[in-house]
Design a protein around this ligand. Sequence first.
Ligand code: CUA
Length: 350
Amino acid sequence: MSILPLFLIPFMPESASTFADEVDLYFLFLVGLTFFFSVVIGALAIFFMVRYRRRRPDEVPEPIEGAMVLEITWTVIPFLISMFIFAWGAKIYYDMYKEPKDALEIFVTGKQWMWRAQHPDGVREINALHLPLGRRVKLTMTSEDVLHSYYIPAFRTKADVVPGRYTMTWFEPTKVGTYHLFCTEYCGTQHSGMIGTITVLEPSAYQSWLAGGVSEGSPAKAGEKLFASLACSTCHQDQNRGRGPTLAGAFGTQRVLDNGATVVADEAYIRESILMPNIKLVAGYQAIMPTFQGQVSEEQILQLIAYIKSIGPKQDGSAPTMATQAGAPAGALDGRSPMTPAAPNAPSTN
Ligand code: CUA
């Protein structure tokens, strides 16, 4: 139930996530504050024009008593109000961008002009997303081509989907129903058609929906197959020490590079290492790995990452994650690598 049943016409989209009511309240506060001061200032301006109008041609205004007190008052009060707006907005922002623990992780890739999603057990869907009620859901997102943006008005959730980078968003659905999904970043001719539905189901209904879906194996399983078929295992296994670092247990750890810098082996680093292996070499290894740019799609890279995660230490949510990277320029970790561009001609898997 929206907290804004102010008008008979729908003033706000439905509220269907834990963020919705607080975002609405904040928005209502801003609208109310703006309305209040517009009325007060407008009314005072008219009143003063009449009350203090010039009555004689030679009239000179008298100096005002207590002008300093007045100046300080109308500086300090707006300052406090704007700091309150800032603090409240920042709190909502951090709640939304702090990665949740124990979330259901779903991979999303944007592509002109469709949304693909893959659930942890491997079920895929296009231009649709089925979610269990009352469960925290984290979306790890990237784009195969250009900038898109994943927007679910009923959840008050919007996040850019950027080629060459992983962005994260999360929410907790609070109401069973079907909601709109929009792309909200102009991405070409059929941008307006890049829409879909978000379906929130009771947890049991979600389970049976998953069971009815066609699973091609979990992303981690698919990644394991790719790992073998791309012959990654030739170098990245224990017995082959010397050619490439072993990847078991590597995810989320600090890696020392050949230039002495360190980098966290997170999603962004692994992706970069697949596409541009020699930019950040782990110390002690030769620059012999070929690039896989153009040979793997963004979806396949996500599967490889899922596999490396599955053989790495368990993530507890406090581990360094891409949430910190998503907001910062890619490469900010060591300040020398530019943002990784996505292969525009990456093969598609649809
Ligand atoms: Cu995708 Cu607009």
